[in-house]
Design a protein around this ligand. Structure first.
Ligand SMILES: NC(=O)c1ccc[n+]([C@@H]2O[C@H](COP(=O)([O-])OP(=O)(O)OC[C@H]3O[C@@H](n4cnc5c(N)ncnc54)[C@H](O)[C@@H]3O)[C@@H](O)[C@H]2O)c1
Length: 437
């Protein structure tokens, strides 16, 4: 069962949005305006990259006076739109979110909300105090199959939920791209990988656990393999100057150049040429001189490549989460929910529920009616459903249309920070209880 097509907004005119950060995510969400021009209009864009601004300006016919180099320049002007889409890098979320909330803009904020617990709290306070809606980019909440899991749990198909097991297989070349060579490789520049990558997963576990609070958490993890000491003998510092490149699965030539040669210019190739259209020439140049051509054993990466988190919720519900870089699947999560009356498992394609009483299995699927344009690069359509829900919420002045709203998202983000604290301090953390922790 797919999510509905655009709900009818009560506003006669389209919701006016400002795109703050016109990179991959900002561009992706702004596509909604091209598909539904009567529902959303991009009226301004802010990004220090001229290439990114010009691309969005042409696509959405934005006036010259509404092209900005940074978010601060927008915040200096009187409010001139209904909402902002904040799609800046992780460390640039809190300041614009708080500033725009104070100005009365409704906010779609990319995940993670912010890189510290205090900043996440400050964002939620600013939104609440100023009466603006907040939708956080937890796209998986809008994935029809994942949403179906929650509907089945709530319908009681497994009885009481006793244990949740959830795996995030990041994918070997995806990890090398984003977390070894790319934007999320280094905590000081972005955030730790449990926050950058797995805040989605901890949020889902927290959501499936229902109203129960997590009481204790423990976590282990480390950077494996992508380290200088693992560099093969004879390897160069860049893939173009490497004598063992053909034997390396992480070769940038294989991940990017071979793809563009096959005519594939979407992710991850699209990300590596920030100031031009990706083609064989620009990709070759990016690999020769840019970060994505570096040897994976010679990068300044420090974020965990494998991490486990164990959680105990009120009432004894337990959950075990694993994130691992070294997988064939790219982010096709695998989940099993063990209940008092049955077992539910999801392999990323379909859900199977085994009923202990009848000893029969039932299959469930869910389809997305998102335009294929979004489906290709947008988390299987979930990006479309997220922006659709946000725009509908703003148009109808109805925050209940947002699934990733402030309170629940804050609670799951705080759980991520507690889990990381457990890993760093090698001990069980009692959530929200500083005296015992
Ligand atoms: N929801 C998801 O599943 C998901 C997936 C990927 C990324 N993200 C998150 O989305 C955010 C953006 O990621 P991305 O992949 O689009 O990165 P990106 O690098 O492609 O885009 C970020 C953009 O912000 C711009 N920027 C930098 N400083 C700015 C400023 N002061 N004012 C305005 N713009 C500024 C950059 O030039 C860049 O174009 C990150 O926080 C990331 O973690 C979420």
């Amino acid at each position: 069962m797919g999510q509905s097509s655009p709900q009818t907004g009560r506003m006669a005119s389209p919701v006016r949005v400002i795109v703050v950060g016109a990179g991959s995510r900002g561009e992706n969400y702004s596509n909604y305006a091209s598909i539904h021009p009567k529902r959303m209009k991009v009226v301004a864009v802010a990004d220090p990259r001229t290439f990114a601004c010009t691309k969005l300006q042409k696509q959405h016919n934005i006036e010259d006076k509404n092209i900005f180099k940074d978010w601060q320049s927008i915040a200096e002007r009187e409010k001139f739109a209904d909402a902002v889409l904040i799609c800046t890098p992780d460390r640039l979320h809190k300041d614009p979110a708080v500033a725009f909330a104070k100005m009365g803009y409704h906010i779609l904020l990319e995940k993670p909300m912010a890189t510290t617990a205090e900043d996440c709290v400050a964002i939620v306070e600013a939104c609440t105090q100023n009466g603006v809606m907040l939708s956080v980019g937890h796209v998986l909440r809008y994935d029809p199959l994942i949403h179906k899991i929650k509907e089945l749990i709530d319908a009681g198909v497994v009885g009481d939920v006793i244990h949740i097991q959830h795996l995030e297989p990041v994918g070997f070349y995806h990890f090398a791209h984003s977390f070894v060579r790319g934007n999320w490789r280094n905590e000081a520049e972005s955030s730790f990988s449990l926050l950058a990558k797995s805040c989605h997963d901890i949020d889902l576990i927290h959501h499936w656990a229902g109203a129960r609070r997590c009481v204790k958490v423990s976590s282990f993890g480390s950077v494996s393999h992508f380290q200088k000491e693992k560099k093969p003998t004879g390897a160069g510092d860049r893939c173009f100057d490497c004598s063992v490149e053909t034997r390396c699965p992480y070769s940038a030539r294989k991940i990017y150049l071979d793809r563009v040669k096959r005519g594939h210019t979407g992710w991850p190739v699209s990300v590596i040429c920030p100031n031009s259209v990706p083609d064989i020439e620009s990709v070759t140049e990016a690999l020769r001189s840019g970060p994505y051509g570096r040897c994976v054993y010679e990068c300044d990466n420090d974020v965990c490549s494998n991490q486990v988190v164990n959680m105990e919720f009120e009432g004894g519900l337990t959950a075990a989460f694993s994130m691992v870089a070294f997988t064939e699947e790219i982010c096709k999560r695998k989940t099993t929910i063990y209940g008092s009356m049955g077992e539910l498992s999801c392999n990323g394609h379909e859900i199977t529920v085994f009923d202990f009483l009848t000893q029969r299995s039932t299959k469930h699927t869910a389809s997305s009616d998102a335009p294929t344009h979004f489906g290709l690069s947008g988390h299987g359509g979930a990006d479309y459903h997220l922006i659709n829900a946000f725009i509908s919420a703003v148009a109808n002045n109805n925050p209940s249309m947002i699934r990733s709203g402030p309170e629940e998202t804050l609670a799951s983000h705080l759980l991520v920070f507690e889990a990381e604290r457990s890993r760093l301090e090698s001990r069980v953390v009692y959530c929200g209880d500083d005296a015992q922790s």
